[in-house]
Write a protein that binds this ligand. Structure first.
Ligand SMILES: NCc1[nH]cc(CCC(=O)O)c1CC(=O)O
Length: 308
């Protein structure tokens, strides 16, 4: 390639770490020097909203819109994202064309008043603005007070140090990528505290039909992560039109077998419905969609209307 491949990313420290990891893997896979890639930082609406939950401000697309516009306009060639932040529907002409090997998908607790959620004193404050984490915290400990916590990972850790809350929950993957894995005081189990669909996986978005780029990306794509993500995103796609209902979903791949666990939960944590479904890994998307149907049938349609 004569000109450098332009890698679009948000400017947060986590986003930059993910873009750098992508560049490092592309360099290694193709024996190319750093100058073969240019990291282009793009500010998004999501980065500018700090005062209210993203679910109120317009949701996930807020972190991707300006980056996707730059890609469609040809100012960048690929975009690196946290899969968790990606809407299930992408703009016409774009696709998720590669997934890097997934990091640990679990949520991590960072406690000040105690090392685990179970050991927090009655009425302690846990900071989170994720509807899923709020609901799961309340399911475990209805006595705790959940307080709003926004901003990037470093901002949240600073708020914790300032005493705004007695603990918070963040994705272990993000903390590890930032070299902050050792602030964690407890790792949440996948069963008790299932992660968001896509958590821990970096994805690369590109223009459909861009053959040069597709060739480049094929060398860094991790097939098992791609299958897990196809399942989780199909689960999400079949449910999230409905709602502000918190959704968790996680697929693991062992050889040719995929195992999926999904959960929907009321925001107060009082009602939750789980589904587990296994099947052949190549049927990932079908398994995710079937799991969504099954959990919808368990919960009943009224479950989705209750908490607007
Ligand atoms: N919405 C912010 C966001 N998007 C992805 C991650 C973590 C990294 C990942 O899941 O890959 C985070 C921060 C967090 O949830 O702690």
């Amino acid at each position: 390639m004569q000109t450098s491949l332009k890698i679009g990313t948000r400017g947060s420290p986590l986003a930059l770490a993910q873009a750098h990891e992508t560049r490092t893997r592309l360099m290694a896979a193709h024996g190319l020097p750093e100058q073969a890639f240019e990291i282009v930082v793009i500010s998004t609406s999501g980065d500018r909203i700090q005062d209210r939950p993203l679910s109120e401000a317009g949701g996930k697309g807020l972190f991707t819109k300006e980056i996707e516009e730059a890609m469609l306009a040809g100012r960048i060639d690929i975009a690196v994202h946290s899969s968790k932040d990606m809407p299930t529907l992408l703009p016409e002409g774009l696709e998720l064309s590669a997934f890097l090997p997934r990091e640990d998908a679990r949520d991590a607790f960072i406690g000040k008043a105690a090392r685990t959620i179970a050991d927090l004193p009655r009425g302690a404050r846990v900071g989170s603005s994720s509807l899923r984490r709020q609901a799961l915290i309340r399911r475990m400990r209805p006595d705790l007070e959940v307080v709003m916590f926004r901003g990037n990972v470093q901002t949240r850790l600073r708020k914790l140090d300032e005493g705004v809350a007695d603990g918070t929950i963040l994705a272990y993957a993000g903390l590890k990528r930032l070299g902050l894995g050792d602030v964690v005081t407890d790792l949440m189990s996948l069963e008790q505290f299932p992660p968001a669909p896509g958590q821990g996986a970096i994805c690369i978005e590109s223009r459909i039909g861009d053959a040069d780029v597709e060739r480049m990306l094929a060398a860094v794509h991790d097939a098992p992560t791609g299958q897990a993500l196809a399942c989780e995103r199909a689960f999400l796609a079949a449910l999230d039109g409905s709602c502000r209902t918190p959704i968790a979903g996680h697929a693991t791949i062992a050889g040719d077998k995929l195992s999926f666990a999904g959960l929907i939960i009321s925001p107060d944590g009082g009602q939750s419905h789980e589904v587990r479904l296994d099947g052949p890994a190549p049927d990932a998307a079908r398994i995710g969609a079937e799991a969504a149907k099954a959990v919808r049938a368990k919960a009943g349609e009224s479950f989705f209307d209750g908490w607007a």
